[in-house]
Each structure stands twice: as C-alpha cells, then as structure tokens.
Design a protein around this ligand. Structure first.
Ligand SMILES: C[S@@+](CC[C@H](N)C(=O)[O-])C[C@H]1O[C@@H](n2cnc3c(N)ncnc32)[C@H](O)[C@@H]1O
Length: 196
C-alpha cells in the first residue's frame, strides 16, 4: 500500500484525471511509437479501470471506434463501447467481435494480466494463455498493416510467443516503459505491420 501511495505515477494519474497509473505506460509507448491517429478502430483488452481507454479516446477523436473489455466492471467512458466478461470464454470473445463489427481494426491493445498468486509455475501459464488468445483475436480482426500492443510476462513460453508474433508482423519491438516497475517481469511487445 505504501509503495502504491508513494508512487509518482499514482499521484500524477490523480492530478491528470487518469483512472490508473497504467495510462503513463501507454502514453510513453505512444510517444515513441505513434500508435494513435484520428478515426481509428481499436480493441482494448483488459481495459478496467479504463486508463488505456482514456488515453486512446483522447488521441483518436470522436470519429473513432473503441471497444474495451474486461472481466471487471468499468465505469462508462465517452466514445468507448464496453463488453464485460471473461475473455477466455467463447461468448465474451464473440461479443467483442460483434461489437467491433465486420470492418477490420487498426489496433489491438492488451494490458490483460491474471491475478498473480506469486507462484510463477501457476501464474505464467495463465498469463501466457491470455496473451495467446489476445494474439488470436488480433489476427482475426486486424487489417493488413495494423498494429498489436500486448503486455507479456517474461518466463516460460515468452520466447515462443515472440517467435509467433514475428511470423505474423513485419516487425516486433519490446518496450519497458518507465512506469512499468523494474522488478516486474512484464514487458510490452509491439507488433507492427500485421501481415494479414
Ligand atoms: C493491469 S490491469 C489493466 C489496466 C488498464 N489497462 C488501465 O489502463 O486501466 C489488467 C486487467 O486485466 C483484466 N483481466 C485479467 N484476466 C482477465 C480475463 N480472463 N478476462 C478479461 N479481463 C481480464 C483484469 O481484470 C484487469 O483489469
């Protein structure tokens, strides 16, 4: 709790009106990689409480389509459609696809992470399962040339996952934004130029 309240990004998010410190991870990645432009079609997976969706909504304007989803509730955000449910359930996966519609998407972002028990032999497979499903969805919805940003935990399965992403995207880069705690095994993989 002390770490949380002393965290400069927590303080900054309260001042700036962002719902989570995670917003600064996306803002930093966007500063470097220019993910957003007006009128994009975006899916935000693991979106609650909504920090990433807030950043996306701000940067893409009111002609954009943003579909956010989480197993938890999320307070409404203007310009963001929300699907609540467990992403590993087929019905939820289908509901997200239905909400984004037939037209292909430009960007899929996933900050999903399971509740960590601290036991990496249980946590890592769960985390990998979520990112594999997120990649599966990205491959279904992205237009050729589209981008996919995903939080992945380094450990068992990471290298294999990176290899799979490399086969599907023109380039894949790794980002570890300052707002990502150094001791966390999380990194962000950005796949650009989906091959389709
Ligand atoms: C780090 S938080 C996301 C923070 C968010 N990007 C933001 O900026 O506010 C990870 C999220 O993944 C969600 N999550 C974990 N497992 C999930 C699942 N099976 N289906 C849907 N969401 C899941 C959690 O509920 C949590 O809200």
């Amino acid at each position: 709790m002390k770490e949380h309240f002393d965290d400069p990004y927590v303080k900054k998010s309260q001042q700036d009106g962002y719902r989570s410190r995670a917003s600064y991870k996306l803002l930093e990645i966007n500063d470097k990689d220019k993910l957003f432009r007006p009128a994009m079609r975006i899916i935000d997976l693991g979106a609650a409480p909504g920090g990433w969706s807030q950043v996306a909504a701000k940067l893409v304007g009111d002609k954009a389509t943003i579909v956010a989803s989480d197993i938890l509730e999320m307070a409404p955000l203007p310009g963001v459609a929300f699907v609540q449910g467990d992403f590993t359930e087929q019905a939820v996966y289908e509901a997200i696809l239905a909400e984004i519609g037939e037209e292909k998407a430009d960007l899929v972002i996933s900050d999903m992470a399971p509740n960590m028990s601290g036991n990496s032999s249980a946590d890592q497979p769960q985390a990998m399962y979520l990112v594999e499903l997120a990649l599966d969805m990205a491959a279904q919805v992205l237009r050729p040339g589209g981008n996919f940003l995903v939080k992945v935990f380094q450990g068992e399965g990471f290298e294999e996952y990176l290899k799979t992403m490399r086969a599907q995207f023109g380039s894949v880069i790794t980002r570890k934004p300052d707002a990502s705690r150094p001791r966390s095994r999380e990194v962000y993989l950005l796949g650009r130029q989906f091959k389709g």
